[in-house]
Design a protein around this ligand. Structure first.
Ligand SMILES: [Zn+2]
Length: 280
């Protein structure tokens, strides 16, 4: 955020300023120079992202310099809108890089689902997983929750672990358990969503994994073969709240716990919030 606000992100305009020979046109709209204020404020792509989330900027700020504009807009918002504003900046930069480096053109809806939970396609189950990691005693908690295309909770699980090396292993363990429990429940097509970009990238990569931690990545890849279809997506914390709550609440459990067609009350409350949000 500091880099975006201070215009220290490598937008095409900034790269050109550094004498790099680049085409400086915004890849979203192909109409304007890609400056930080263009992609984060003026472009139609970010405009629609903000509009769809009901974030409207004070009109009095329109003529301000970028940094002042961010400050004025930020201060005019309540806490929730502040979070949305910051996460949207992040999502725009993520989508922009995906478009430029991988040629994947994200729709506004896809970028929105990156920021909040969205239901899977019909006949698919979505599993959100997360972990909490206690660096002092090397313990972690895996939390995972399954929902169908109507957003209804299908199952949930919490598993505590000892002797966990680091946060990556904690996330990878949560991912592995999410896959194994999905197989046990006889789900066939599952979309897995986690907050660890490293886990999601390495599990879905086609190449062999040679990191020190490759055994767990390979275990996940092997386990996935028990499913007809499995997709791994990265999701921002805002879209992974249920799993996050589960992993946090799981600290109260000494043994693994599983729920079928229900979830602990802490999650059910969050689910109600989600349904309310979508009804609005
Ligand atoms: Zn643009």
């Amino acid at each position: 955020m500091w880099r975006i606000i201070n215009n220290f992100v490598p937008t095409y305009a900034n790269l050109q300023f550094r004498r790099l020979n680049v085409n400086n046109v915004c890849n979203f709209c192909l109409l304007s120079t890609e400056t930080v204020e263009h992609i984060m404020r003026d472009c139609c792509f970010v405009g629609e992202l903000f509009a769809r989330q009901n974030v409207h900027f004070p009109s009095s700020s329109a003529a301000l310099e970028w940094k002042d504009w961010v400050a004025v807009a930020f201060c005019s918002f309540n806490d929730q809108q502040k979070i949305v504003m910051m996460v949207t900046f992040w999502a725009v930069w993520y989508s922009r890089n995906k478009l430029i480096h991988e040629g994947i053109s994200p729709s506004v809806s896809e970028s929105l689902s990156f920021m909040r939970w969205s239901a899977p396609a019909l006949n698919f189950v979505k599993c959100n997983f997360d972990s909490t990691f206690d660096v002092q005693c090397n313990e972690s908690i895996s939390g995972f929750l399954y929902r169908n295309s109507d957003g209804l909770i299908m199952a949930a699980g919490v598993v505590p672990h000892k002797n966990v090396a680091d946060a990556f292993m904690a996330e990878a363990l949560a991912c592995l358990q999410a896959v194994l429990f999905a197989i046990e429940l006889c789900f066939r097509r599952v979309v897995f969503e986690g907050e660890s970009l490293a886990v999601v990238r390495r599990v879905s990569a086609l190449s062999s994994d040679y990191f020190v931690t490759s055994p767990i990545v390979n275990d996940i890849r092997d386990a996935v073969k028990g499913l007809e279809s499995a997709v791994f997506n990265f999701v921002h914390r805002e879209g992974n709240n249920d799993a996050h709550v589960l992993a946090r609440e799981g600290r109260g459990f000494r043994l693994p716990r599983f729920w079928i067609e229900e979830a602990p009350p802490c999650v059910t409350t969050a689910a109600l919030d989600w349904e309310k949000l979508n009804a609005d």
